[in-house]
Design a protein around this ligand. Structure first.
Ligand code: HEC
Ligand code: HEC
Ligand code: HEC
Ligand code: HEC
Ligand code: HEC
Length: 214
């Protein structure tokens, strides 16, 4: 009988601390979201479309190099291919419905930073940070899963030492790219290559609070 009140007391104390810090987000804290892989309304496979068919990320995430948001493709992008083949497959029923009604498919969001944190895809991708550094081997995923914590410490780890995670910009969407296997690259060591890119591009990620908390 002693346990119940003590536990309740502790919960109250935690709730009070959370209210003060305004920083507890319960089950949605990013640490707990590693491995989060919600079912989607269509079983769309990146492994089939990217890994299998060789599509480039930018064919669907059109603003990933130029804007803060990568963007989720509209149904018309799917219809470009599927309109002419197999639209009657059961797996494509929500795509067909969306095309008929003009209502967007309700994809379930996977990666989601707190509202008060500023993030910009273009600032990373255009400077040679590959999708793989933050999203893992999407080209092998049947269903998208979050693989990094997206915590502040994780952001800062790279902002303090980006060199080993940089690559020439033309390879940002080739997730398995490796300088050691690429005959067009003379520098095979990732850190040395990254340091060169930092010098040439004057790449210096900021660790000022206001960069991410405007
Ligand atoms: C044929 C179109 C298409 C291509 C090509 C494509 N994607 Fe996607 N992507 C989608 C769709 C549709 C979704 C939303 C459904 C889902 O999560 O699977 C999505 C979702 C994502 C998400 C999760 C978004 C969230 O909610 O957090 C990531 C990350 C992602 N894509 C990365 C990539 C990367 C990296 C590439 C290239 C290696 C790529 N995608 C290529 C269509 C595409
Ligand atoms: C460039 C052409 C192309 C685009 C664009 C494209 N697909 Fe596909 N999709 C294919 C091809 C080809 C297959 C068959 C691949 C296979 O079987 O490995 C396929 C397979 C699928 C399947 C599995 C169908 C089944 O049951 O066998 C689904 C679901 C699917 N696509 C959904 C989508 C969605 C959703 C989009 C838009 C976000 C999309 N596709 C965009 C070409 C495309
Ligand atoms: C430096 C880390 C980083 C890199 C590099 C990165 N992403 Fe993201 N991505 C994120 C974060 C963080 C979010 C969640 C953003 C939010 O909640 O505001 C996200 C969200 C997304 C989403 C969901 C829709 C959106 O725009 O928020 C898609 C799709 C996506 N990324 C695709 C890509 C693709 C494709 C690439 C490579 C061309 C890429 N990302 C590179 C960190 C990254
Ligand atoms: C894998 C490395 C890496 C990770 C992880 C990473 N960043 Fe960055 N970030 C960079 C690099 C490189 C730049 C470009 C710096 C430059 O242009 O000098 C950058 C730039 C930025 C900028 C743009 C600053 C400006 O002046 O425009 C913001 C904002 C930012 N990062 C926020 C974040 C946040 C928030 C996270 C975590 C959710 C994050 N970054 C994770 C490497 C990273
Ligand atoms: C490179 C980006 C980046 C920089 C620089 C940065 N932060 Fe953060 N910060 C984040 C991200 C991402 C989160 C959300 C992480 C989470 O949800 O756990 C966060 C969360 C926080 C939180 C928790 C409340 C909230 O908004 O979720 C506080 C407090 C905070 N940061 C303070 C600071 C201070 C003070 C500095 C400067 C010394 C700083 N941050 C610099 C990315 C950054």
């Amino acid at each position: 009988m002693e346990r119940l009140p003590r536990h309740a007391g502790r919960s109250l104390a935690i709730a009070a601390v959370c209210a003060v810090l305004l920083s507890c987000r319960g089950g949605s804290s990013p640490e707990t979201k590693v491995g989060y892989a919600p079912a989607q309304p269509v079983a769309f496979s990146h492994a089939a479309h990217v890994g299998g068919m060789g599509m480039d990320c930018r064919q669907c995430h059109a603003t990933v190099e130029t804007a803060a948001r990568a963007g989720i493709p509209p149904t018309s992008v799917c219809v470009d291919c599927h309109g002419g083949m197999g639209m009657d497959l059961p797996s494509l029923a929500p795509v067909r419905q969306s095309a008929d009604t003009g209502k967007a498919i309700r994809w379930v969001r996977v990666h989601d930073l707190p509202e008060d944190v500023f993030f910009d895809h273009g600032a990373h991708v255009a400077r040679g940070v590959s999708c793989v550094s933050c999203h893992g081997r999407v080209d092998q995923m049947e269903r998208i899963a979050q693989v990094e914590t997206l915590s502040m410490a994780w952001c800062l780890d790279c902002h303090r030492d980006p060199a080993p995670r940089l690559r020439p910009r033309q390879f940002v969407t080739q997730l398995g790219w490796d300088p050691a296997q690429d005959p067009t690259i003379d520098e095979k060591d990732r850190r040395a290559l990254g340091e060169r890119l930092m010098r040439e591009g004057d790449i210096r990620p900021s660790t000022d609070c206001s960069t991410c908390h405007p």
